[in-house]
Design a protein. Structure first.
Length: 363
């Protein structure tokens, strides 16, 4: 679904109170009984019904007539509003702008703070496209599919936030994380080209080596990106330096499933090799092997970032639940719409024609 923040500033405190009550009731109910919403909100029954009607008109909740009772379910629109309001109250975001990216797992928007500084808002939306083949017997899905997908989207955002924060603190080339609430993350806006949209680079060999070194540096610090490809690598407009995005699928090199680690690491390497061979006609006989990289010394600063993330509060049971619902996809990526890419990089970086908005990828 598309975020429409038009009514966000006009919602009353009581409307948000009722919306929050529906969210709280969703923890145990697919359809939250109206009586429970009244009980949680602490407002009068008649007033709650009126407020629910107003929220329904804005598509923030949906009324459902159950065989046993009538009630409401929280929509992704309502979940979006709750997350943005939480970040707004922390002065992280003041206004919401245009959508600049769409993927199977997320939507991307430009937002700004009170001073007008542009940032990127990422809304995780698991369950929308790529996860519909998940078996319904999963414990964490049960019969509450919509509420559970929102919960899994929240976990994905929390995981990405945890990894992005740790990576940024240790000088990895990632966007600066600014805030996180529910299924949403705000990060710095980077003026860059998605690698997928670039036809020529000054030195394919140099960029290839930089990206392979990055994969190795991740692994020596105890991490595998898991989706390291042309969709999730940006090239800064001014410097030409790469920036890595999209971390919900990141795994530890110490994962209990050793074969999974090898699979993800090798896939990251092969994605870069294949892209450079097809796009730049560049191929190198030198590329990292997982066993050799892991056998070498840990990160030069003497720490393992997977351990740091584990200590940051992201629960192991949540990590396992998130891993269970993720289906490895070999192709895809976030497609940014064209207004993020203006011309070429001083005549040396050439954007691939016809790449831009309106087409879906993976985010």
């Amino acid at each position: 679904m598309k975020l429409d923040a038009t009514d966000l500033r006009y919602l009353s405190s009581d409307e948000f109170r009722v919306l929050t009550s529906v969210e709280m009731g969703s923890k145990n109910h697919e359809v939250v009984p109206t009586s429970l919403i009244v009980q949680i909100s602490g407002l009068r029954n008649g007033g709650v019904n009126k407020l629910l009607g107003e929220l329904g008109k804005r598509n923030l909740v949906a009324k459902v007539q159950n065989s046993k009772y009538d009630g409401y379910r929280l929509t992704y629109g309502g979940y979006d509003y709750l997350a943005i309001r939480a970040m707004s109250k922390r002065d992280s975001v003041y206004s919401v702008g245009n959508q600049i990216g769409v993927g199977k797992e997320s939507d991307i928007y430009i937002v700004a703070d009170a001073e007008g500084n542009e940032m990127v808002l990422k809304l995780h939306r698991l369950g929308r496209i790529s996860f519909r083949a998940i078996k319904e017997k999963r414990d964490y899905l049960g019969k509450r599919k919509s509420a559970s997908w929102m919960y899994m989207s929240r976990l994905a955002a929390q995981k990405e936030w945890a990894f992005m924060k740790v990576l940024h603190e240790h000088d990895f080339p990632v966007p600066r994380p600014i805030d996180q609430a529910r299924h949403c993350i705000i990060m710095e806006f980077i003026d860059a080209f998605p690698l997928r949209q670039i036809d020529e680079v000054p030195s394919p060999g140099k960029l290839y080596s930089t990206l392979m070194d990055m994969i190795v540096r991740f692994a020596r610090a105890g991490l595998i990106h898991g989706d390291f490809n042309e969709f999730n690598i940006l090239i800064r407009r001014e410097s030409g330096e790469p920036v890595v995005i999209d971390f919900p699928q990141m795994v530890s090199t110490s994962h209990e499933n050793a074969e999974w680690c090898v699979l993800y690491f090798n896939r990251d390497v092969e994605c870069i090799r294949t892209f450079f061979r097809r796009r730049f006609r560049y191929e190198s006989a030198f590329y990292p092997r997982f066993r050799k990289v892991i056998g070498e010394s840990a990160d030069g600063e003497g720490f393992r970032l997977d351990v740091v993330v584990a200590a940051s509060g992201f629960k192991q049971k949540d990590l396992k639940a998130l891993e269970e619902v993720r289906i490895p996809v070999n192709e895809g990526g976030l497609l940014l719409t064209s207004h993020l890419v203006h011309g070429d990089h001083k005549g040396r970086w050439t954007r691939r024609a016809g790449r831009g908005g309106g087409r879906r990828g993976r985010g």
